[in-house]
Design a protein around this ligand. Structure first.
Ligand SMILES: [Zn+2]
Length: 44
């Protein structure tokens, strides 16, 4: 199990924030990222 997949050395995440909510992280679903709050989907 590799470290640093989700967190940088300083503890911050590399995940993107939802542009609609602003305070919610997007969940990584492989080929897309989805906001669990408003349903915003960002395709990669
Ligand atoms: Zn959202």
């Amino acid at each position: 199990m590799a470290r640093g997949d989700y967190y940088n050395d300083d503890g911050t995440t590399e995940k993107d924030m939802c542009p609609r909510c602003g305070d919610t992280f997007l969940a990584d679903h492989g080929d897309r990222q989805v906001c669990g709050k408003c349903g915003f989907t960002e395709w990669e």
